[in-house]
Design a protein around this ligand. Structure first.
Ligand SMILES: Nc1ncnc2c1ncn2[C@@H]1O[C@H](COP(=O)(O)OP(=O)(O)OP(=O)(O)O)[C@@H](O)[C@H]1O
Ligand SMILES: [Mg+2]
Length: 279
Protein backbone atom coordinates (compact mmCIF):
# COMPACT_ATOMS: atom_id res chain seq x y z
CA UNK A 1 0.00 0.00 0.00
CA UNK A 2 1.64 3.20 -1.13
CA UNK A 3 1.44 6.09 1.24
CA UNK A 4 0.39 8.34 -1.60
CA UNK A 5 -2.90 6.46 -1.69
CA UNK A 6 -3.72 7.98 1.69
CA UNK A 7 -4.83 10.99 -0.31
CA UNK A 8 -8.53 10.67 -0.91
CA UNK A 9 -10.35 12.88 -3.37
CA UNK A 10 -11.89 15.89 -1.71
CA UNK A 11 -15.62 15.42 -2.07
CA UNK A 12 -18.09 18.16 -1.48
CA UNK A 13 -16.00 20.00 1.05
CA UNK A 14 -17.97 21.95 3.53
CA UNK A 15 -16.75 24.26 6.25
CA UNK A 16 -17.54 23.28 9.79
CA UNK A 17 -20.76 24.88 10.87
CA UNK A 18 -22.05 25.24 7.36
CA UNK A 19 -24.92 22.78 7.21
CA UNK A 20 -25.23 20.78 4.04
CA UNK A 21 -28.22 20.95 1.80
CA UNK A 22 -28.63 17.28 1.02
CA UNK A 23 -32.25 16.94 1.89
CA UNK A 24 -35.51 15.92 0.34
CA UNK A 25 -36.14 19.47 -0.84
CA UNK A 26 -32.76 19.85 -2.54
CA UNK A 27 -30.95 18.49 -5.54
CA UNK A 28 -29.59 15.05 -4.74
CA UNK A 29 -25.88 14.58 -4.10
CA UNK A 30 -24.04 11.30 -4.20
CA UNK A 31 -25.43 8.80 -1.74
CA UNK A 32 -22.75 6.68 -0.11
CA UNK A 33 -25.02 4.35 1.82
CA UNK A 34 -28.68 3.91 1.02
CA UNK A 35 -31.22 2.10 3.17
CA UNK A 36 -34.28 0.82 1.32
CA UNK A 37 -37.04 -0.38 3.62
CA UNK A 38 -34.23 -1.72 5.74
CA UNK A 39 -35.12 -3.62 8.90
CA UNK A 40 -33.09 -5.32 11.61
CA UNK A 41 -34.65 -7.96 13.85
CA UNK A 42 -33.39 -9.49 17.08
CA UNK A 43 -35.45 -12.67 17.07
CA UNK A 44 -39.02 -11.38 16.87
CA UNK A 45 -38.16 -7.81 17.85
CA UNK A 46 -37.94 -5.45 14.88
CA UNK A 47 -35.39 -2.97 16.25
CA UNK A 48 -35.04 -1.02 12.97
CA UNK A 49 -38.29 -0.77 11.03
CA UNK A 50 -38.27 -0.38 7.26
CA UNK A 51 -35.95 2.60 7.26
CA UNK A 52 -35.37 4.33 3.92
CA UNK A 53 -32.75 7.05 3.70
CA UNK A 54 -29.55 8.01 1.88
CA UNK A 55 -26.38 8.93 3.76
CA UNK A 56 -24.58 11.47 1.54
CA UNK A 57 -20.95 10.92 0.59
CA UNK A 58 -18.41 13.20 2.21
CA UNK A 59 -20.90 14.57 4.73
CA UNK A 60 -21.48 14.09 8.42
CA UNK A 61 -24.85 12.55 9.29
CA UNK A 62 -26.02 12.39 12.89
CA UNK A 63 -28.51 9.82 14.15
CA UNK A 64 -30.43 10.97 17.21
CA UNK A 65 -33.31 9.59 19.24
CA UNK A 66 -34.18 8.24 22.67
CA UNK A 67 -32.50 5.21 24.23
CA UNK A 68 -33.43 1.90 22.62
CA UNK A 69 -34.77 3.42 19.38
CA UNK A 70 -32.36 1.45 17.16
CA UNK A 71 -29.58 3.97 16.50
CA UNK A 72 -26.71 1.62 17.31
CA UNK A 73 -28.44 -1.25 15.55
CA UNK A 74 -28.74 0.74 12.32
CA UNK A 75 -25.16 2.02 12.61
CA UNK A 76 -23.70 -1.44 13.25
CA UNK A 77 -25.62 -2.87 10.30
CA UNK A 78 -23.50 -0.75 7.96
CA UNK A 79 -20.36 -2.81 8.61
CA UNK A 80 -22.27 -5.95 9.58
CA UNK A 81 -21.24 -5.87 13.21
CA UNK A 82 -24.71 -7.27 14.01
CA UNK A 83 -23.72 -10.51 12.27
CA UNK A 84 -22.08 -11.56 15.51
CA UNK A 85 -25.36 -11.43 17.44
CA UNK A 86 -27.27 -14.72 17.43
CA UNK A 87 -30.83 -14.39 16.14
CA UNK A 88 -30.15 -11.09 14.40
CA UNK A 89 -31.38 -10.81 10.81
CA UNK A 90 -32.19 -8.07 8.34
CA UNK A 91 -34.87 -7.25 5.80
CA UNK A 92 -34.95 -4.84 2.88
CA UNK A 93 -31.74 -3.52 1.43
CA UNK A 94 -28.73 -1.59 2.61
CA UNK A 95 -26.56 -0.46 -0.26
CA UNK A 96 -22.97 0.78 -0.18
CA UNK A 97 -22.27 2.49 -3.48
CA UNK A 98 -24.04 0.03 -5.77
CA UNK A 99 -23.58 -3.10 -3.71
CA UNK A 100 -26.03 -4.69 -1.27
CA UNK A 101 -24.18 -4.97 2.06
CA UNK A 102 -26.27 -8.08 2.80
CA UNK A 103 -25.99 -9.51 -0.70
CA UNK A 104 -24.45 -12.95 -1.32
CA UNK A 105 -21.33 -11.60 -3.04
CA UNK A 106 -20.17 -9.22 -0.32
CA UNK A 107 -16.81 -9.86 1.33
CA UNK A 108 -17.35 -8.87 4.96
CA UNK A 109 -13.63 -8.40 5.68
CA UNK A 110 -13.32 -6.03 2.73
CA UNK A 111 -16.50 -4.27 3.82
CA UNK A 112 -15.10 -3.66 7.31
CA UNK A 113 -11.98 -2.23 5.79
CA UNK A 114 -14.08 0.25 3.82
CA UNK A 115 -16.30 1.03 6.78
CA UNK A 116 -14.36 1.83 9.95
CA UNK A 117 -15.94 2.04 13.38
CA UNK A 118 -15.24 3.96 16.57
CA UNK A 119 -17.03 2.98 19.77
CA UNK A 120 -18.33 4.79 22.82
CA UNK A 121 -15.50 3.71 25.06
CA UNK A 122 -12.00 4.13 23.63
CA UNK A 123 -10.65 0.61 23.15
CA UNK A 124 -6.98 0.75 22.15
CA UNK A 125 -5.06 -2.51 22.13
CA UNK A 126 -2.65 -2.95 25.06
CA UNK A 127 0.23 -2.26 22.69
CA UNK A 128 2.31 0.75 21.80
CA UNK A 129 0.80 3.78 20.11
CA UNK A 130 2.67 2.84 16.93
CA UNK A 131 1.50 -0.77 16.97
CA UNK A 132 -2.12 0.26 17.48
CA UNK A 133 -2.09 2.25 14.26
CA UNK A 134 0.16 -0.16 12.34
CA UNK A 135 -2.01 -3.15 13.24
CA UNK A 136 -4.60 -2.83 10.45
CA UNK A 137 -2.17 -1.99 7.62
CA UNK A 138 0.02 -4.95 8.69
CA UNK A 139 -2.98 -7.29 8.49
CA UNK A 140 -3.64 -5.92 5.02
CA UNK A 141 -0.11 -6.77 3.95
CA UNK A 142 1.98 -3.63 4.50
CA UNK A 143 5.38 -4.88 5.61
CA UNK A 144 8.03 -2.23 4.99
CA UNK A 145 9.08 -0.40 8.12
CA UNK A 146 9.22 2.90 6.23
CA UNK A 147 5.77 2.43 4.71
CA UNK A 148 4.29 1.54 8.08
CA UNK A 149 5.96 4.52 9.74
CA UNK A 150 4.55 6.85 7.08
CA UNK A 151 1.05 5.44 7.45
CA UNK A 152 1.23 5.73 11.24
CA UNK A 153 2.40 9.35 11.03
CA UNK A 154 -0.20 10.31 8.43
CA UNK A 155 -3.04 8.60 10.32
CA UNK A 156 -2.06 10.22 13.62
CA UNK A 157 -1.91 13.60 11.89
CA UNK A 158 -5.36 13.09 10.41
CA UNK A 159 -6.66 12.19 13.85
CA UNK A 160 -5.10 15.40 15.25
CA UNK A 161 -2.96 13.40 17.66
CA UNK A 162 0.50 13.42 16.10
CA UNK A 163 1.91 16.43 17.94
CA UNK A 164 0.90 14.96 21.29
CA UNK A 165 2.30 11.47 20.72
CA UNK A 166 5.18 11.80 18.25
CA UNK A 167 7.67 11.38 21.10
CA UNK A 168 5.65 8.59 22.72
CA UNK A 169 5.11 6.27 19.76
CA UNK A 170 6.68 3.34 21.56
CA UNK A 171 4.88 3.80 24.85
CA UNK A 172 1.82 1.78 25.78
CA UNK A 173 -1.37 3.34 24.40
CA UNK A 174 -3.16 2.64 27.68
CA UNK A 175 -1.02 5.40 29.20
CA UNK A 176 -2.73 8.04 27.05
CA UNK A 177 -5.65 10.13 28.33
CA UNK A 178 -9.18 9.05 27.43
CA UNK A 179 -9.46 11.73 24.76
CA UNK A 180 -6.08 10.81 23.30
CA UNK A 181 -7.08 7.14 23.32
CA UNK A 182 -10.25 7.96 21.39
CA UNK A 183 -8.27 9.94 18.79
CA UNK A 184 -5.88 6.98 18.61
CA UNK A 185 -8.84 4.71 17.87
CA UNK A 186 -9.84 7.12 15.11
CA UNK A 187 -6.25 7.03 13.76
CA UNK A 188 -6.36 3.23 13.90
CA UNK A 189 -9.57 3.25 11.89
CA UNK A 190 -8.17 5.73 9.34
CA UNK A 191 -4.95 3.75 8.87
CA UNK A 192 -6.66 1.18 6.64
CA UNK A 193 -8.08 3.95 4.43
CA UNK A 194 -11.78 3.54 5.02
CA UNK A 195 -14.33 5.49 3.00
CA UNK A 196 -16.78 5.67 5.80
CA UNK A 197 -16.44 6.16 9.51
CA UNK A 198 -19.15 5.00 11.91
CA UNK A 199 -19.06 6.56 15.37
CA UNK A 200 -21.33 5.37 18.16
CA UNK A 201 -21.45 8.07 20.85
CA UNK A 202 -17.71 8.65 20.47
CA UNK A 203 -17.49 11.37 23.10
CA UNK A 204 -19.86 10.15 25.79
CA UNK A 205 -16.97 8.84 27.90
CA UNK A 206 -14.90 12.01 27.45
CA UNK A 207 -14.59 15.32 29.29
CA UNK A 208 -15.66 18.58 27.58
CA UNK A 209 -12.17 19.48 26.36
CA UNK A 210 -11.56 16.06 24.83
CA UNK A 211 -15.07 16.21 23.36
CA UNK A 212 -14.20 19.53 21.70
CA UNK A 213 -11.12 18.01 20.12
CA UNK A 214 -13.10 15.11 18.69
CA UNK A 215 -15.78 17.46 17.38
CA UNK A 216 -13.11 19.61 15.71
CA UNK A 217 -11.63 16.46 14.24
CA UNK A 218 -14.98 15.37 12.82
CA UNK A 219 -15.13 18.79 11.16
CA UNK A 220 -11.73 18.14 9.60
CA UNK A 221 -12.70 14.66 8.37
CA UNK A 222 -15.74 16.09 6.61
CA UNK A 223 -15.32 16.13 2.87
CA UNK A 224 -12.73 13.36 2.90
CA UNK A 225 -14.80 10.67 4.56
CA UNK A 226 -18.45 9.94 4.99
CA UNK A 227 -19.11 10.11 8.72
CA UNK A 228 -22.17 8.71 10.49
CA UNK A 229 -22.35 9.55 14.17
CA UNK A 230 -24.83 8.41 16.79
CA UNK A 231 -25.14 10.90 19.58
CA UNK A 232 -27.40 11.49 22.56
CA UNK A 233 -26.28 15.06 22.64
CA UNK A 234 -28.44 17.23 20.41
CA UNK A 235 -26.10 20.20 20.69
CA UNK A 236 -23.35 17.94 19.42
CA UNK A 237 -25.48 16.79 16.49
CA UNK A 238 -26.24 20.42 15.68
CA UNK A 239 -22.55 21.37 15.91
CA UNK A 240 -20.97 18.60 13.88
CA UNK A 241 -23.43 17.29 11.34
CA UNK A 242 -24.71 18.33 7.92
CA UNK A 243 -27.70 15.99 8.05
CA UNK A 244 -29.65 14.61 10.99
CA UNK A 245 -31.87 11.54 11.21
CA UNK A 246 -34.33 11.32 14.10
CA UNK A 247 -35.38 7.79 15.06
CA UNK A 248 -38.12 6.75 17.42
CA UNK A 249 -38.93 3.15 18.43
CA UNK A 250 -37.13 1.73 15.41
CA UNK A 251 -38.67 4.09 12.86
CA UNK A 252 -37.04 6.90 10.99
CA UNK A 253 -39.31 9.80 11.84
CA UNK A 254 -37.48 12.59 10.04
CA UNK A 255 -34.30 13.04 8.03
CA UNK A 256 -33.24 16.43 6.82
CA UNK A 257 -30.46 18.97 6.84
CA UNK A 258 -29.37 19.55 10.42
CA UNK A 259 -30.31 23.22 10.31
CA UNK A 260 -33.84 22.44 9.10
CA UNK A 261 -34.39 19.56 11.50
CA UNK A 262 -33.38 21.60 14.54
CA UNK A 263 -35.04 24.88 13.57
CA UNK A 264 -38.23 23.89 11.80
CA UNK A 265 -38.85 20.15 11.91
CA UNK A 266 -41.70 18.81 9.82
CA UNK A 267 -42.85 16.21 12.33
CA UNK A 268 -44.45 16.88 15.70
CA UNK A 269 -42.50 13.99 17.28
CA UNK A 270 -39.23 15.56 16.20
CA UNK A 271 -40.34 18.89 17.62
CA UNK A 272 -41.27 17.23 20.91
CA UNK A 273 -37.95 15.41 21.12
CA UNK A 274 -35.70 18.35 20.30
CA UNK A 275 -37.53 20.56 22.75
CA UNK A 276 -37.01 17.98 25.49
CA UNK A 277 -40.62 16.86 25.92
CA UNK A 278 -39.52 13.23 26.01
CA UNK A 279 -36.46 11.04 25.74
N1 LIG B 1 -27.67 -7.73 21.12
C1 LIG B 1 -29.00 -7.54 21.21
N2 LIG B 1 -29.83 -8.57 21.36
C2 LIG B 1 -31.18 -8.40 21.44
N3 LIG B 1 -31.79 -7.19 21.39
C3 LIG B 1 -30.99 -6.12 21.23
C4 LIG B 1 -29.56 -6.23 21.12
N4 LIG B 1 -29.05 -4.99 20.98
C5 LIG B 1 -30.10 -4.15 20.99
N5 LIG B 1 -31.26 -4.81 21.13
C6 LIG B 1 -32.62 -4.22 21.19
O1 LIG B 1 -32.84 -3.49 20.00
C7 LIG B 1 -33.48 -2.26 20.30
C8 LIG B 1 -32.62 -1.10 19.79
O2 LIG B 1 -31.40 -1.09 20.52
P1 LIG B 1 -30.18 -0.15 20.14
O3 LIG B 1 -29.04 -0.55 20.99
O4 LIG B 1 -30.00 -0.15 18.69
O5 LIG B 1 -30.75 1.28 20.59
P2 LIG B 1 -30.03 2.68 20.72
O6 LIG B 1 -30.94 3.65 20.05
O7 LIG B 1 -28.64 2.60 20.26
O8 LIG B 1 -30.10 2.94 22.30
P3 LIG B 1 -29.07 3.71 23.26
O9 LIG B 1 -29.30 5.17 22.99
O10 LIG B 1 -29.52 3.32 24.63
O11 LIG B 1 -27.68 3.25 22.93
C9 LIG B 1 -33.73 -2.24 21.79
O12 LIG B 1 -35.03 -2.70 22.00
C10 LIG B 1 -32.72 -3.22 22.31
O13 LIG B 1 -33.17 -3.83 23.49
MG1 LIG C 1 -26.79 2.81 21.22
Amino acid sequence: MAVATMQRPAMMTNKRGDPGNFGPAHAPQTAHVTAEEFSVYYGGNEAVKKVSMAFPAGKVTAIIGPSGCGKSTLLRAINRMNDLIPGCRTGGRLILDAENIYGPRIDVTALRRRVGMVFQKPNPFPKTVFENVAFGPRIHGVRGRGDLASIVEESLKRAALWDEVKDRLHENALGLSGGQQQRLCIARALAVQPELLLMDEPTSALDPIATDRIEDLIGELRGQYTVIIVTHNMQQAARVSDMTAFMYVGELIEFDSTSKLFTSPSEQKTQDYITGRFG
